[in-house]
Design a protein around this ligand. Structure first.
Ligand code: IPE
Ligand code: IPE
Ligand code: MG
Length: 264
């Protein structure tokens, strides 16, 4: 079982994190946090290890960040696990990532269930093996009743691909006479995306120093605040994660309007 931060057995470090988060006013907390978990390869190379060792180490980080999100009561966490462009990598690395993915699901599903996590995969299915797809669907079904953290894993995901799939779905409905083209507004479009029903991204975190989106959540991140760190994903800590949230809470979001203070 994951330790509940405020429960028996919680360490001072865990309590400090919660205390830090508690000081962030409720209305300033991000509802949806997205993470581009980058830098596994660089982490491994820096240690003289093979790249796949970095991916394995990255799974430990994901485990701790998911746990923190559960404990803090975050509403939605979306992580970028494999992009539609990552198929360009050498076959052994791709195969390793797919098997790591399956191992992760197998090992973590019970704890996710115990913690009321609801799971959804974002992305396209083709290219993934039948066995892995069965496992992914099985995990989604098993956690469908979860009323805690909404956890999205973007696997075989590309923002452009997601938008195109949504466009095709809507166009097919329009062609069939089920949908008036004028009815395709932002809400209808959002509802055709893989993240249907979920709030837009508030905070987008990318580790490992690159300052780009790499085709992640193009629509959903329209007004996201960005937070970058040089830390490679395997070294990313719950402290840094909470620091990102604290920094986010200090940003002034305008959504195209005036600065609330000056605008009054
Ligand atoms: C992120 O780490 C994980 C995936 C893309 C699957 P990378 O493998 O991209 O690591 P770097 O960017 O090469 O260091
Ligand atoms: C983005 O990282 C994808 C994931 C983290 C899964 P990449 O390492 O693939 O991105 P680029 O190629 O540096 O833009
Ligand atoms: Mg990378």
């Amino acid at each position: 079982m994951w330790k509940k931060i405020l429960g028996i057995g919680a360490s001072k470090r865990e309590k400090d994190l919660v205390a830090l988060y508690d000081r962030v006013p409720k209305e300033k907390r991000p509802r949806h946090i997205a993470i581009i978990m980058d830098g596994n390869g660089r982490w491994a190379e820096g240690k003289g290890l093979i790249r796949t060792a970095g991916h394995r180490a990255g799974v430990h980080t994901l485990r701790s960040i998911l746990q923190v999100c559960v404990d803090l009561g975050i509403e939605v966490l979306t992580v970028y696990a494999f992009s539609t462009e990552n198929w360009k990598r050498p076959r052994p690395e791709v195969d390793f990532l797919m098997s790591l993915f399956s191992e992760y699901l197998e090992k973590e599903i019970q704890e996710m269930e115990d913690n009321h996590v609801r799971l959804r995969f974002l992305g396209r299915e083709d290219g993934m093996s039948e066995a892995l797809l069965r496992q992914m669907h099985g995990a989604e079904d098993r956690l469908a009743a979860g009323d805690g953290l909404q956890f999205n894993i973007a696997a075989n995901y590309g923002g452009q691909d997601e938008i195109l799939r949504a466009v095709r779905t809507l166009a097919a409905r329009a062609a069939a006479g089920d949908l008036a083209p004028d009815a395709i507004d932002a809400a209808a479009f959002s509802a055709a995306l893989d993240t249907a029903g979920q709030p837009p991204v508030d905070l987008m975190i990318r580790t490992s120093g690159d300052l780009r989106l790499s085709n992640f959540l193009l629509w959903q991140a329209a007004y996201a605040e960005f937070w970058f760190t040089e830390t490679n994903w395997p070294d990313f800590t719950p402290e840094e994660f909470v620091q990102a949230i604290v920094d986010f809470a200090q940003r002034k979001r305008r959504f195209g309007g005036l600065n609330p203070r000056k605008g009054k």
